[in-house]
Design a protein around this ligand. Structure first.
Ligand code: PLP
Length: 377
């Protein structure tokens, strides 16, 4: 078959709701073409209402920038150690290095694929014995599945080490009816093009007080002192969100719940159609955890089987991707210490992300599943 005859199916592509351009037009009509303005304020309040009024949200230019500012606000600086979930996207970890601090990687647990509470505690005790108490913990809700927020919070309080919650993939997920993005001392969101809602590029920092949010915005807008001239007593960053892009965000917030429902529909369809095949395993939600199913992932029984499915889908113009390669396996982090139990290595070897966009048509899902069934036959 000629590939150009079939529609390309992407892993996770942007999905506009319809109201986005109207908000951008407002920005043009009022000449608010700047990294602040009414769309930014209204996008922030929309997220705030969604997460709950005790959250304070600052819209930034990326999730990575939000993590960078978050670490600064938690007091991380040069020479510090930060404990970070190994199974994640590199953006969770890079800001540690921007600050001259050192990541120490923690493996995942089987039932959420996220930071393993046992390994985390082993690591904290060991780092303390070695003479350096870690300055922060970065925990990630991978693929939208919440990490064990209660256990992690309990450890964080016991050892008095704050948590930076990477909720880049988990807007719309919740843990015991509390929304992801509200657990860490500071949390971050991402609105990159592949996320559950997008502003093309963008992110947010979520804090528990207005004062900390104000400090985040101060740092994200060049740390300008309160003076008529330009005066600086601290190093600042240029991380604020554009008022144009915030217009896209306002439109996307109107369809966030629809996107969650559609992504969960994708997962349920795959699970229903494929879970009877021997060698394929889907990650169920543990009790009390609700995943936005940002990406539908499947665990196969071997690297060989994973690659057979991935390459078979690619041959039919369908994009899929191996799970995140753990940070402790990344060449750039090869000298970092890590606390491992084998889970993330195993997931990386055998796991595959299937097409997961909220804009997939039923016939797309049918086509994907038929191709996989053919491969496994
Ligand atoms: C996307 C993502 C980020 C980074 O967000 P950007 O907005 O792309 O900078 C951070 N962590 C995780 C887990 C992500 O998936």
């Amino acid at each position: 078959m000629n590939l150009t005859d079939t529609k390309k199916i992407w892993l996770s592509s942007p999905h506009m709701g319809g109201k986005e351009q109207g908000f951008i037009t407002e920005a043009f009509n009022e000449n608010w073409i700047a990294p602040l303005g009414p769309n930014v304020d209204k996008f922030e309040s929309a997220i705030q209402s969604y997460l709950g009024e005790s959250s304070h949200v600052g819209a930034l230019s990326s999730g990575t920038g939000a993590l960078h500012i978050g670490l600064i606000l938690l007091g991380v600086s040069s020479g510090d150690e930060v404990l970070c979930q190994s199974m994640t996207f590199s953006a969770s970890a890079n800001p540690i290095v921007y600050l001259g601090a050192t990541p120490v990687y923690i493996d995942s647990e089987r039932d959420t694929w996220n930071i393993c509470p046992e390994q985390l505690e082993i690591a904290i005790k060991d780092r303390i014995v070695k003479g350096k108490k870690p300055k922060a913990i970065i925990a990630v809700h991978l693929y939208g599945m919440p990490y064990k927020a209660k256990e992690i919070q309990e450890i964080s309080e016991r050892y008095e080490i704050p948590v930076l919650e990477d909720s880049a993939e988990a807007l719309g997920s919740s843990y015991e009816d509390q929304k992801c993005g509200t657990f860490g001392d500071i949390a971050i969101l991402s609105f990159n093009g592949n996320k559950i809602i997008t502003t093309s590029g963008g992110g947010a920092i979520v804090t528990k007080s207005k004062a900390i949010k104000d400090k985040a915005i101060f740092l994200a807008t060049q740390a300008r002192d309160d003076a008529p001239h330009y005066q600086h007593s601290e190093i600042g960053y240029n991380y604020r969100m554009s008022n144009i892009l915030a217009g896209i965000g306002r439109g996307q917030m109107l369809v966030l719940d629809d996107h969650v429902a559609l992504r969960r529909r994708n997962y349920e369809y795959y699970q229903q159609q494929l879970s009877s095949y021997s060698g394929l395993r889907f990650l169920a939600e543990p009790k009390g955890l609700y995943s936005n199913r940002w990406l539908s992932c499947v665990e196969t029984e071997s690297y060989e089987m994973r690659e057979r499915i991935r390459l078979g889908l690619a041959a039919q113009n369908i994009e899929s991707r191996p799970l995140w390669k753990p940070m402790h396996q990344q060449p750039v982090f090869k000298n970092c210490d890590c606390y491992l139990n084998g889970v993330s290595d195993d997931l990386f070897e055998k796991g595959l992300c299937l097409p997961s966009g909220s804009n997939l048509e039923e016939e797309d899902l049918f086509r994907i599943v038929s191709v996989i069934k053919d491969i496994l036959r």
